[in-house]
Design a protein around this ligand. Structure first.
Ligand code: FAD
Ligand code: SF4
Length: 343
């Protein structure tokens, strides 16, 4: 691992200070290559630093912020607030989360291993990086995400695990996380602190499509820190679930996944949210499939129509074409399971 400068932030102003112009003159948007990185659980960052994929000059430890609201889970009439420094296991095991927003608890419980879930934070989780082999292996030069402008080894290489939705001509990496899909299915907002103050944004706007700059993965600006996720109390919170399909039953990333939140009126869809994972370049909201289902019953015809709509724009490559069919089957099963849930 390369030498780096370690800074421990005791509070939010201390964390933001690391990115002040005198400390980080690069003024860069957060990217794989940014010179300063926040450190939460470190299960993505330290991993990638050891692999020499990420090479920050300064690492700012934000774990002391878990003593503030950023480390708390609050549930009340206004919904659920999950601090960004809450650990994955804390949120997965929380009674109010499990009973009111099962899709959140399931997405976290089905992720990684118990040890990683104890260490990893929610903020770090949504900012984890792709598992694309060529991104993680520096012996390959041509990876536009790690080495902008160098090409993409995965296009004609091993692309079984990569995305079929939302890709670009420069990158087909899949977004690997699970929790982000649950947040999209629940219309969550993300709370972001920066030098100009705090702002709220729909979580669905956090991740960027790869386009021609796949190294810039989010809409965060330089130094911005995620402090919390806010989930409204909407009618579909309780009828929500996460279905994850993978090569083995535990400790594995999704090949395809679906987060569903469903508002049913006597078997007819009043409203629905669908977010897909494993198959897409960023956490993927299937808005057109949602629109198709509104006002309709959940029957085999509608399930098939919704699945076809969700994957209409798929652009499979040589090894990942199976993900189109797998993704459709995952979505149909998740919708059927949500419709028959006892709440
Ligand atoms: P860190 O590594 O500390 O940070 C990650 C990135 O986010 C860094 O760039 C950091 O600067 C930035 N960051 C962290 N917190 C903030 C913040 N509050 N504001 C702004 N920037 C921030 N995940 C899944 O979802 N499903 C899986 O099945 C799964 N399997 C895994 C298996 C293995 C073997 C491993 C190693 C990981 C797996 N993961 C999986 C990923 C794991 O969940 C993430 O590594 C973890 O959630 C990241 O959180 P962290 O706190 O450790 O982040
Ligand atoms: Fe790099 Fe993206 Fe291509 Fe993978 S798919 S090699 S991350 S540019």
């Amino acid at each position: 691992m390369r030498p780096f400068h370690y800074v421990k932030a005791n509070d939010l102003p201390g964390a933001l200070q690391a990115f002040a112009p005198q400390n980080d003159p690069t003024n860069a948007a957060p990217s794989v290559n940014a010179a300063t990185q926040y450190l939460a659980g470190g299960t993505t960052l330290i991993d990638l630093m050891k692999l020499d994929v990420m090479r920050p000059a300064t690492v700012t430890d934000i774990n002391a912020l878990d003593q503030s609201k950023a480390g708390q889970i609050e549930f009340g009439d206004n919904g659920l607030r999950l601090g960004a420094l809450v650990r994955m296991s804390q949120a997965a095991d929380h009674e109010a989360v499990k009973s009111n927003f099962p899709v959140i608890a399931q997405s976290l419980q089905l992720a990684a291993s118990a040890q990683i879930r104890n260490m990893a934070s929610l903020g770090g989780n949504v900012l984890q990086r792709t598992r694309c082999t060529y991104f993680r292996d520096t012996s390959y030069d041509n990876c536009n995400k790690r080495n902008p402008g160098s090409g993409c080894a995965a296009m004609d290489g091993m692309n079984r695990n990569l995305a079929v939705l939302g890709t670009s001509n420069d990158c087909i990496a899949s977004y690997p996380g699970d929790f982000a899909q649950a947040l999209i299915a629940l219309d969550a907002m993300v709370e972001i602190a920066g030098s100009a103050g705090t702002r709220m944004m729909p979580f669905a706007q956090l991740h960027r499509a790869p386009g021609s700059t796949p190294q810039i993965e989010t809409t965060l600006t330089q130094g911005e820190l995620i402090t919390a996720f806010q989930i409204p109390n909407l009618p579909w919170g309780k009828r929500s679930l996460y279905l994850k399909i993978r090569d083995r039953a535990s400790y594995e990333f999704a090949l395809a996944s679906a987060a569903i939140a469903l508002d049913l009126d006597n078997g007819t869809v009043r409203d629905v949210r669908i977010a897909l994972g494993g198959v897409s370049a960023q956490p993927w909201r299937a808005a057109e499939a949602e629109a198709l289902l509104k006002g309709k019953p959940i029957d085999d015809t509608m399930l098939l129509a919704a699945a076809d709509k969700a994957f209409e724009g798929a652009r499979p490559k040589k090894h990942n074409a199976f993900k189109v069919q797998l993704g459709k089957a995952t979505l149909m099963r998740a919708l059927r399971d949500a419709a028959t849930m006892t709440i």
